[in-house]
Design a protein around this ligand. Structure first.
Ligand SMILES: Cc1cc2nc3c(=O)[nH]c(=O)nc-3n(C[C@H](O)[C@H](O)[C@H](O)COP(=O)(O)OP(=O)(O)OC[C@H]3O[C@@H](n4cnc5c(N)ncnc54)[C@H](O)[C@@H]3O)c2cc1C
Length: 276
């Protein structure tokens, strides 16, 4: 548990998130970037970038490494983790990431575009009725019960260990099996079918490397699968801003970096107005 309340917490350590952090820091804000390993950005797959000014022919990996280095150069803290849920409470935001919770007065969502996250059979129908994306948030509800962990993310084993530690009976399925599981139930989850075999469980934790923004923060307005923002990168939720590929096309580094800058200025303005 991180006791500190950050002025601005940025979710996602890609170009948009890093740009937002640099601007927030320059405005004198306490800021941290919570994100998966920066090399999980799709940019890491780009062999050569020719449309980003000043760094001709650089590879995506080298550009990400340089951007990450610019955070370190200014002593901007980066927390490596996967955010699984956001809760708004008393003018603050509590962000869960695996077993930790971070608190901030404003948020900038910069988690990139959601790709390849086709829901499993039964997932959408049983969400909130036995299907969960967050072991830390919902684990205690299943204490003493049998649950399945569908481990599609690298850190899923840690979540499974946490669930065991609090007294859940855990069936763990790694990525190869979890991809094709089906969730069964009526009013609530009753079982899971994985590898052609059905197992009786009362809860199913689906742990993916990324979590859709609308799942992370229920109530967020979306347009065509992207977070809806105004010209200041403000979302419909006061205090929450968004930047980069998560706000729409074209998916480009220059756009992500520009929006990250605008989102940080928007968050700074929001905090100033609140403090007046
Ligand atoms: C093969 C390829 C080549 C490309 N080439 C170019 C190019 O030449 N020029 C160009 O302009 N653009 C290019 N792009 C597009 C460019 O990569 C994106 O526009 C850019 O990376 C967007 O930055 P972003 O910060 O918005 O999101 P991302 O770079 O996607 O960063 C988001 C980060 O947030 C993390 N994250 C997501 N969810 C969570 C969570 N719940 N908790 C914690 N962290 C999370 C992700 O793992 C990721 O690290 C290319 C893309 C690909 C795939």
């Amino acid at each position: 548990m991180d006791e500190k309340t950050w002025d601005i917490l940025i979710l996602g350590a890609g170009p948009a998130g890093i740009s937002a952090a640099l601007t927030a820091h320059a405005r004198g804000r306490s800021v941290t970037v919570l994100g998966a390993d920066p090399m999980t950005s799709p940019l890491a797959k780009a062999p050569r970038i020719d449309n980003y000014p000043g760094l001709p022919g650089m590879s995506g990996r080298d550009l990400l490494a340089a951007m990450t280095q610019s955070l370190a150069a200014q002593d901007i803290p980066r927390i490596e983790g996967r955010a699984t849920g956001v809760m708004a409470f008393d003018g603050k935001f509590m962000v869960s990431a695996e077993q930790d919770v971070y608190t901030a007065r404003s948020l900038i969502l910069a988690a990139g575009a959601q790709q390849g996250t086709k829901p499993l059979l039964g997932e959408s129908e049983l969400l909130g009725r036995g299907v969960s994306y967050c072991a830390t948030c919902d684990g205690m509800l299943y204490r003493g019960k049998r649950v399945a962990v569908l481990g599609l993310s690298g850190s899923a084993e840690r979540d499974a260990a946490f669930l065991r530690q609090i007294g859940c009976q855990v069936l763990f399925f790694g990525p190869a099996q979890a991809k094709n599981c089906e969730i069964k139930g009526g009013t609530n989850v009753t079982g899971v079918v994985c590898g052609g075999e059905e197992y009786a469980v009362e809860g199913v934790f689906i742990l993916r490397p990324t979590v859709a923004a609308s799942v992370l923060l229920p109530g967020l307005a979306m347009t065509d699968g992207h977070i809806a923002v105004d010209e200041n990168m403000a979302t419909g939720v006061p205090g929450v801003f968004a930047a980069g590929d998560c706000t729409g096309r074209p998916y480009q580094i220059a756009r992500a970096v520009g929006q990250g800058n605008a989102a940080a200025l928007g968050a700074d303005r929001y905090l100033k107005e609140r403090d007046e």
